[in-house]
Every structure is written in C-alpha cells, then in structure tokens.
Design a protein around this ligand. Structure first.
Ligand SMILES: CCCCCCCCCCCCC/C=C/[C@@H](O)[C@H](COP(=O)(O)O)NC(=O)CCCCCCCCCCCCCCC
Ligand SMILES: Nc1ncnc2c1ncn2[C@@H]1O[C@H](COP(=O)(O)OP(=O)(O)O)[C@@H](O)[C@H]1O
Ligand SMILES: [Ca+2]
Length: 565
C-alpha cells in the first residue's frame, strides 16, 4: 500500500470493503477493484471491511463506472475532500472501542443523474495508516487549490416571495450545506422589498466577492442583472441612456438558484431548474457568457432583458397574471387561457437589422449546447464585423433595416431559447446564449385555431415557425412602434402616458374602430417584468455578463457543441 508518487499518485486502498487501486493525476481520480467482490476469503481485514460496509452514505453508487468495473472522476468535478466522519455510535455499539480510529478520507463529487440533474455523492477511501491518508488528502487538496475558477466568497440575495415562496427554505436546506461542504463563505441577504437586491448592488463592495447568487425566478435574476450591469457602467462612467453606448462587460459571475415561477434563464443555461444542480455548477466555478439586450425609447434607457421581450400575447399574459400572484406559478396558466380566449391582436410596425454575421439561423435545427460552436463562431465574426465598421469598410448600416407592418398576435424577441418546464424546447429552440443576436418572432394576426396550433407546437417536437402567419429573423437590433404612435406622429412619451394613465382600454378601443382589434395596446413582457412604454428599441450586447453555468450538456456526448434537434 505504498503510494507511488512518480509521475502520479497510486495506492491500494479500500472502498466499501473492497481492495482498490486508486490513482490520481492532475486530471482524474480513478479506482478499480483488485479482486472480485465475492472473493471474501482474501479481503483486507474483517473489522475494516465491516466498518466500510456499514459506513454512512458510502453505498456503491459511484460516479463514472468504467466498462472495466473501474470508476473515474475528473478532478474538476470534485466538490471537496476531507477526513472521513466515522459513525461513533455504531463504532461503540459494535464493541470495537479497542480498535483505533481507522484512517479514511471522503471525496465528495458531482454525479450526473437523469435530465441534466446533478447530485453530490460521497465515496470514502480507507488507508492502512495515517501517513498514507494524510498524503492523499494533501495531494487532493493541492489539486483542488489549483481550480482557480471556483468561487470562495459569494454574495447571496434571496427573494422570499418568488415562485411558491420557498426561496429561503430551498437555500437553507439544499444549497447552504453544499456551499459549506465546499468551503465557500457567504453573505446572505433576504430581500425585504422589490428592487432591494438591485439597489444594494450599487452600494456593495464588489471586490469582496467572486460571484453574486440570486435565489428566485427570472424576475429576481433580472434585478441582480440590472444592479450589476448598472453598477459596472456607473463605475466606468458609461451612459446607459445612450442606445449606441458600448457597455462594459461584468467580470463577476452571477449564479441562479431556481426558486421562481418560470426559471427560464436557469433552465436554458443548465438544462433543468433544480437548486442542487445549480449550486454544484456554482461550486465548480462554471462560466457561461450570456448576451444581454438593452431596451430604450429614444435616448432613454428602460430595461435589460436576457430571455423574452414579448409584446401582445406574452405581454397580456404577464399583465393578467400579476393580478393573481397569490396563485404562484399557476397564475401564468390561468392568464394564458384567459389571454388565449380574448384573442387580441395589435397593429404596428416592426423594423429590424438582421445579424448578418451570425453563424446560425433560427430554423437551422441546432441547439445551443455546452461549449457551443455557433456562439464561438458568431462572436468571432461579430468582432471582425465591428472592427470593419470602425475602419469604415462596411456600407452604411442604415440601409440594412427591414420593416414589417401589420396586425400581430405577438412580437417576441428571444435572446436565448427560453426553454422552461412548460416548453422544454422553448420559444425559439435554435436561439443561442452567447452569439450576440436574438430571434425576433412575429406572429401575424391569425384565427384562434391557428394560434392554438402555433402554441401547442411549443410543447412538442414540431416546428412552431412552420406557419404562413409566423416569421422569425435573427437580429442584432429591432424597433417596434404601435400604430397609434404613427397616426399621432408620436411624441412617444406623452402618448404612452396617456394610454397607461388616463384612458382605459375599452375607451381606446372605441376610439379606434378601424383597427379591428379589441385593444389598441398591449404591454411588453421583459423577462417577466412589465414595461409601461410600448414604442421601444432593442439592441443585443454580445456576452455582457457571465453565469455560473456551462450551457446544456449533451446527454449523448458525441458532438460536444451544437447538436441537431
Ligand atoms: C396549449 C399549451 C401552450 C403552451 C405554450 C407554452 C409557451 C411557453 C413559452 C414560455 C416562454 C417563457 C419565457 C420566459 C419568461 C420569463 O422570463 C417570465 C418571468 O418568469 P418568472 O415568473 O420566473 O420571473 N415568465 C413569463 O412571462 C411566463 C410566460 C408563461 C406563458 C405561459 C403561457 C401559457 C399559455 C397557455 C395557453 C393555453 C391555451 C389553452 C386553450 C384552451
Ligand atoms: N422581498 C421582496 N418583496 C416583494 N417583491 C420582491 C422581493 N424581492 C424581490 N421581489 C420582486 O419579486 C418579483 C418576482 O420575483 P421572482 O423571484 O422572479 O419570482 P416569480 O418567478 O414568482 O415571478 C421580482 O420582480 C422581484 O423584483
Ligand atoms: Ca443570443
């Protein structure tokens, strides 16, 4: 059982009562049984074996079982290592007081289970003596110290009222113990009012932290996003009211512990809305760049959005759902049915500039996966495009605008696929997290039945864009102007105020008999937050923030990057 130090570490230790050869190099920890399990006569020692078999939590559901019967864990997926905790009660009840404390260490590591879920598993290795045990502990801890991407200090904001109001409970029961295990220190703030986290981020000493974590839904994430981006621009003296401004990227990463109603940002960046999985991605120090869209009206900043910016159907669903917040996540289903039945359409003009440099297209049947090639290629091409623009070698950008006028059921910009439990492939299944572009989906006025057919396709494998009344474009920027703005030659500000303030929708409707719609205006759903203004411009900022995530992993890992739908 002497360790072999050159070039890597190799020893014979015991796992679950079996002698195993354990080896470690800078990449992997691996072990394989030396003798078949049934061969009890030659086991390493009766007492030790019994302790091993009964030791708490050390059952043999080991991580990557190799075809040869061996196991292997990448060092990058080890959560922590430490001296094994021996169950003292058991120890005494078995009258083994005479036995000196066995020398063992436990490795906590990530295990993949179904549907992109991760769990933290433990395996304990038993050594013949203390020196060997310390040696292994030191070697493993040294390797973990080299995982420099891992956060050590986190600032956590918990929304106690998000989703089913279980944010605090989820954090305390499922997440805090894991952060503890991984030796991460935390400052926890349970928010007391809406925008508490956003405002706090303007004041806080960010240098103290390696990451900001929000516990809540997309709305809570949006708060943290606004606080962080706003703070960085303020520190760098960048005017976010200028729609042309080149925003400064945020170096500090954001983690999301899902505890909301839709959890679409988490679902689309991790593959599942599961608090333990997200906590493990944070602990391992994953990093996923994310595009952020800014929404302006004229020269005034309104909001940032990372998932859905939707007018018409999704705006109305949100507006209706806000009245029923007490219903929790079910409020969206009720609002969805009501909105569907009311079947409103809205008249206006959509103008956009296509993301010509983007490597993919909204209907190319690819999905943005971990290490996505399309994101890498697109952002490279975008850099080149921007350089060419600065040098003046590209034609006037103004000529690139395309316009769609008409009556719409919905105008949606999806900056990511927007997958969520309601729609596992999302609003725009081929949209990308970090390609510097968003998918603009325009659903023209159609019958109720056709709109239902379009909606249903969000829940199955069929193409929701394959209808004559739906068009989709990959864009870098778009503008929307409702019809009444054009008619009134809109002083945007005063018109919007009038719509949202003095008049109610019924009055507006009778004022506009020619529009054929029940209402003149919808509102914008901006990552689940309402926008009062209707005439807006949106622009994508490539990879402005980073999340503690790695994109959705391919469950059948043949091609690591983008896979066919
Ligand atoms: C017939 C079934 C049709 C199902 C159609 C499902 C489409 C779902 C697309 C979801 C896109 C989600 C984009 C994400 C938005 C979130 O940022 C945002 C905020 O999340 P948070 O509360 O966690 O903070 N969430 C939302 O705006 C919620 C959008 C949910 C829309 C649900 C719509 C349900 C529609 C049901 C129609 C039923 C018609 C039935 C006719 C008999
Ligand atoms: N303490 C609080 N009290 C009330 N609202 C809050 C609080 N903390 C955060 N919020 C707001 O709650 C809204 C919804 O939060 P979110 O966590 O996204 O839940 P949900 O997914 O159910 O919408 C967000 O707009 C956020 O700004
Ligand atoms: Ca994008």
């Amino acid at each position: 059982m002497e360790p072999v130090m050159v070039p890597a570490l190799r020893s014979v230790l015991a796992v679950s009562g079996q002698s195993c050869e354990l080896s470690l190099d800078s990449e992997r920890l691996a072990w394989r049984e030396l003798r078949p399990r049934r061969d009890r006569s030659r086991r390493t020692g009766v007492c030790l074996t019994r302790v091993l078999q009964r030791a708490r939590g050390l059952t043999d559901s080991l991580s990557r079982q190799l075809p040869s019967g061996g196991h292997s864990i990448p060092v990058s997926e080890i959560v922590s290592v430490g001296e094994a905790e021996i169950d003292e009660t058991y120890h005494h009840s078995m009258k083994w007081e005479h036995m000196c404390k066995p020398h063992a260490f436990t490795v906590n590591y990530v295990q993949r289970v179904k549907n992109h879920r991760w769990r933290c598993k433990a395996v304990t290795f038993w050594c013949s003596d203390e020196v060997l045990c310390c040696h292994w502990l030191k070697a493993l801890n040294d390797l973990l110290d080299h995982q420099t991407c891992r956060p050590k200090h986190l600032l956590i904001y918990i929304n106690p009222y998000g989703g089913k109001k279980k944010g605090k409970q989820i954090y305390e029961k499922k997440v805090a113990p894991l952060f503890n295990l991984a030796g991460i220190s935390t400052d926890v703030i349970v928010t007391e009012f809406a925008n508490h986290a956003r405002d706090d981020l303007y004041e806080v000493n960010l240098e103290k932290y390696d990451g900001i974590v929000c516990v809540g839904g997309d709305g809570m994430f949006s708060e943290v996003l606004h606080g962080l981006i706003g703070r960085v621009q303020k520190d760098k003296d960048i005017d976010h009211d200028n729609p042309e401004a080149n925003l400064s990227p945020c170096a500090i990463r954001i983690g999301i512990i899902p505890a909301g109603s839709t959890d679409c940002v988490c679902f689309a960046t991790v593959g599942i809305n599961d608090p333990v999985t997200s906590a493990l991605h944070i602990i391992l120090g994953d990093s996923q760049p994310l595009d952020v869209c800014s929404v302006h009206r004229k020269k005034r900043f309104l909001k940032y959005t990372v998932s859905l910016l939707g007018y018409g159907f999704y705006g109305d669903v949100l507006k209706c759902s806000e009245k029923n917040r007490w219903l929790g996540p079910a409020r969206y289903d009720l609002a969805g049915i009501k909105t569907f039945l009311s079947h409103h359409c809205y008249e206006g003009t959509v103008s956009f500039q296509a993301a010509k440099w983007a490597a993919g297209s909204p209907r190319d049947l690819t999905r943005c996966m971990s290490g996505c090639d399309i994101c890498r290629q697109s952002s490279k091409q975008l850099d080149e495009h921007q350089k060419a623009q600065t040098l003046g070698s590209l034609q006037n950008e103004q000529e690139d605008w395309k316009t769609i006028k008409g009556k719409f059921m919905a105008v949606n910009a999806a900056n990511m696929c927007c997958a969520c439990p309601r729609s596992p492939k999302g609003l725009s299944p081929a949209a990308h997290l970090a390609d510097g572009a968003a998918d603009l989906i325009v659903v023209h006025k159609c019958s109720r039945l056709n709109f239902l057919r379009h909606l249903i396709r969000h829940t199955n494998k069929k193409d929701q864009f394959d209808f004559p009344f739906v068009e989709v474009h990959r864009v870098k920027t778009f503008q929307f102007t409702p019809k009444h703005f054009e008619d009134e030659d809109g002083d945007a500000e005063s018109t919007d105020l009038r719509i949202s303030g003095k008049k109610n929708f019924a009055q507006i409707c009778t004022d506009h008999p020619s529009c054929g719609c029940n209402q003149v205006n919808s509102i914008w759903n901006c990552d689940g937050e309402t926008l009062d203004q209707t005439a807006i411009e949106m622009r994508v900022h490539s990879q402005l923030v980073k999340l503690f995530a790695r994109g959705v992993e391919d469950s059948k890992p043949k091609n690591k990057c983008s896979s066919r739908i």
